[in-house]
Design a protein around this ligand. Structure first.
Ligand code: PMP
Length: 758
């Protein structure tokens, strides 16, 4: 490593003045300036003010060429960024030579060196902004010389100073050694994997200018080096600290300003404090190294030397500094590692002592990816039943779409917003059949509630029909359509419940003739029974999920729809479960060959972000709006629509409808394969990735067998699924559509083992 053993050249001023007048056409009043390696002067005359740098010959022309190159690069890329401009000689040369020394002439920037004066929080933030802008302006600049340069001030090389720790005052040696060891052992190896480019290398208050309270420029590109991007920020952050100051506030503001232009990567943010400490320790170590070579520091360096170790002590006394820097870089503090037991006890204290959770003991989930969930003990589970993370837990395309939109704009549909219009158009195009009018809400329940209001308005009727043991949501109006909410206590005089077309357990069974007609014929008398209320709407889930995921005879829903329409009612397809490719094509109702009047969506639409919508014919919506305006604050907000659009993209890009169809077939074949060995399985059925496995005590009597123990054993196998049906004896397999045949095989094997352990 090259230590700073050079002293600046000492060329005679008259000689310099004559040279600069002849070669550059610049003359005027001369003043000598400070310089660690170069002889620097200022000349002020008719042509303006310039800095003349008579550089140390040992510096090498290549490094100076890089300096010229970077300044001209910055002038092109970010002309508003105040850095010196290169003044070329009259013959166009950027570098000239005097007395064996390269000469570089730069424009003089307005403003005063910040130096040791205290800054306001806004000014600290502005320094952070300026450093980030500088890094951006330099990031496309390529030159070999700065990469080949072992500079003593390059923090990454600080390990080379270890031999001088013993020369520090005794009280400082321990902490300096510790900082250095951590730097060499952890920081430098980590930096090797981080963003690297040519950086300024030495932004500090004596290289930063201020004019009228504003940061007005950054000067001195003499330490240009190929380094880690975050180095410039960390070095400056250390150098802008002042003894006795509010160090947390300085670091927070500088990092905040920096991140407002160039977001830090999380790993970079987590290194800033270590690098600040290293920079502080480096100063006295370099001083010691210089002393060993008989060099005495002058000027601004003495400022840094005296303050470094006291500052390090003060900095270390501030609590929570790491998290403060993380917050400034927009990263929440890392969640403390909590065990399931702790989290569970805390939850019961604040969220009700009788919680409704899956499993006993419950699972403390901390992470999701694709079809996998991970708990706080690090155990991975194959997710076979969550339909909300529809295209896969934390799908990166959806996550990015949400984050990008959240950064840009998130407001409501009382403004005209592009995302809501795009999403409405896409949904309308997918719905087809003239269903091109879309209203956004936030959940399946709200969508069904609104659909019900629209149906009553359109038909003038006030009666409804749903399936027995249906579930459509939580609002008061929709609770009436959801007898499964409280099976024994359901009472809704305006609703009739249609017995499900259950071809395994119902009165007409698989293989018998007239199945569809027989079950559909049950609708007519129920509708008639509504009497003067009249039928406003029939609401149905095409996957018949709560009914135990039924295989429904072809023609059944068409016949029910005909009866509904014959009574002047509307057909509401609740696609919260069955839509978005779940049943192997985009909409579940298409499987049944029906055309609904209204489609409602929820759960899967936003992949976990709350998104709900009603899709209907324009005349139904227009009529509804004649009664009064409809507005849902969060419904159709930009971020929700960005999530919704991203989900539609992923379904198309990854061919998820087809994947659900193929994987579903493969899975059912595997499950049926288990029937030979496990008498408990009475039936395997479903469409696409809506799959039901009905458990029976006896295949002849079909007496239901509870699924609870098996679901628990599967959890032990690392497989998550649920149970459904009025008897709770149907295994519900309804995974994210990222689920593939290999996952299906894992599930079948786990089920085989779990059944064996029953
Ligand atoms: N309809 C169906 C078919 C559902 O399965 C659900 C939720 N399980 C809903 C509506 C209600 O949706 P949300 O919970 O978003 O209100």
């Amino acid at each position: 490593m090259m230590l700073t053993t050079m002293r600046p050249p000492r060329v005679d001023l008259a000689e310099i003045a004559a040279f600069v007048a002849a070669r550059y056409g610049v003359s005027g009043e001369w003043v000598a300036l400070e310089g660690e390696r170069d002889q620097n002067l200022r000349v002020t005359g008719a042509a303006g003010a310039f800095v003349v740098k008579v550089c140390h010959p040992a510096e090498g022309v290549a490094v100076l060429e890089a300096q010229v190159g970077v300044l001209e690069h910055i002038a092109r890329v970010d002309p508003g960024l105040a850095v010196p401009r290169v003044r070329r000689a009259l013959d166009g040369a950027a570098l000239t030579e005097l007395a064996g020394c390269p000469v570089l002439v730069l424009s003089w920037l307005v403003g005063d060196v910040i130096g040791g004066r205290g800054l306001t929080p806004a000014q600290h933030r502005a320094v952070g902004v300026a450093i980030a802008r500088l890094g951006r302006a330099m990031r496309g600049f390529v030159h070999g010389a700065p990469a080949m340069r072992p500079l003593v001030w390059d923090t990454r090389l600080a390990g080379g100073l270890a031999g001088h720790v013993g020369e520090l005052p005794e009280g400082d040696r321990g902490s300096a050694g510790e900082v250095l060891a951590r730097h060499v052992g952890r920081t430098v190896p980590a930096l090797e994997g981080m963003r690297s480019q040519i950086i300024h290398g030495d932004v500090h208050p004596f290289n930063s200018l201020m004019d009228g309270g504003e940061v007005s420029g950054i000067i001195d590109f003499g330490d240009l080096v190929q380094g880690s991007l975050v180095q410039d920020l960390a070095n400056a952050a250390a150098d802008f600290l002042t003894p006795g100051g509010d160090h947390g506030a300085v670091l927070f503001q500088m990092v905040k300003g920096y991140a407002s232009v160039t977001p830090l990567e999380e790993a970079e943010a987590d290194l800033v404090l270590d690098m600040v400490e290293m920079r502080l320790v480096m100063t006295p170590l370099i001083e010691a190294a210089k002393r060993a070579q008989g060099i005495v520091s002058e000027g601004s360096l003495t400022h840094f030397n005296d303050r470094s170790m006291p500052l390090l002590r003060e900095l270390r006394a501030v609590e929570g500094m790491r998290n403060l820097i993380r917050r400034a870089a927009n990263f929440a503090p890392p969640a403390p590692a909590v065990t399931m037991e702790e989290a569970w006890a805390r939850r019961r204290r604040v969220m009700g002592a009788k919680p409704y959770v899956f499993y006993d003991p419950p699972i403390h989930m901390v992470q999701g990816e694709g079809v996998w969930l991970t708990d706080s003990a690090g155990r991975r589970y194959l997710d076979c039943y969550n339909n909300v993370p529809h295209v896969g837990h934390c799908h990166p395309y959806v996550v990015e779409a949400i984050a990008r939109q959240a950064r840009r704009l998130n407001t409501n549909t009382r403004y005209v917003t592009d995302q809501s219009v795009d999403y409405a158009e896409r949904l309308g195009a997918l719905a087809g059949d003239g269903l091109s009018a879309v209203v956004f809400v936030n959940s399946g329940s709200e969508a069904n509630d609104l659909a019900w209001r629209m149906a009553k308005a359109w038909t003038g009727h006030s009666g409804g029909m749903a399936m027995e043991f249906a579930y459509h949501g939580v609002t008061e109006a929709i609770d009436a359509f959801s007898p499964s909410n409280a099976p024994g206590a359901w009472a809704a005089p305006h609703i009739r419940l249609l017995p499900p077309p259950d071809d395994y357990r119902g009165p007409w069974r698989r293989g018998e003739a007239g199945l569809a007609e027989n079950y559909a014929a049950l609708a007519g008398p129920l509708i008639a029974d509504l009497g003067p209320l009249g039928l406003a709407a029939f609401m149905v889930d095409s996957a018949f999920m709560t009914n135990g995921i039924l295989d429904v005879a072809p023609g059944y829903l068409q016949a029910v729809a005909a009866a509904v329409r014959g009574a002047g009612g509307l057909f509401i397809a609740d696609e919260v479960q069955s839509g978005f490719g779940r049943m192997g094509q985009f909409w579940g109702h298409r499987h049944h060959g029906v055309v609904p009047d209204i489609i409602t969506i929820g759960k899967p639409a936003g992949n976990g972000h709350p998104v709900g919508a009603v899709i209907t014919r324009p005349e139904i919506l227009e009529h509804f709006l004649t009664l009064g305006p409809f507005f849902s604050t969060f419904g159709g907000n930009n971020v929700a629509c960005a999530a919704g659009l991203a989900v539609l993209d992923v379904i198309a890009d990854e061919g998820l409808c087809e994947r659900a169809r193929v994987t579903g077939e493969h899975l059912r074949a595997g499950l049926r394969g288990l029937m030979a060995r496990h008498g408990l399985i009475g039936d395997v059925r479903g469409v696409g990735l809506a799959v039901g496995v009905e458990l029976v005590q006896d295949r002849e009597t079909r007496e239901p067998a509870g699924a609870g123990r098996l679901v628990g054993l599967l959890r032990d196998e690392g497989v998550l699924l649920g149970s459904e049906g009025v008897h709770g004896n149907v295994l519900k397999i309804r995974p994210p559509l990222a689920f593939g045949p290999d996952h299906a095989d894992l599930l079948v094997q786990a089920l085989d083992r779990a059944l064996g352990r029953l």
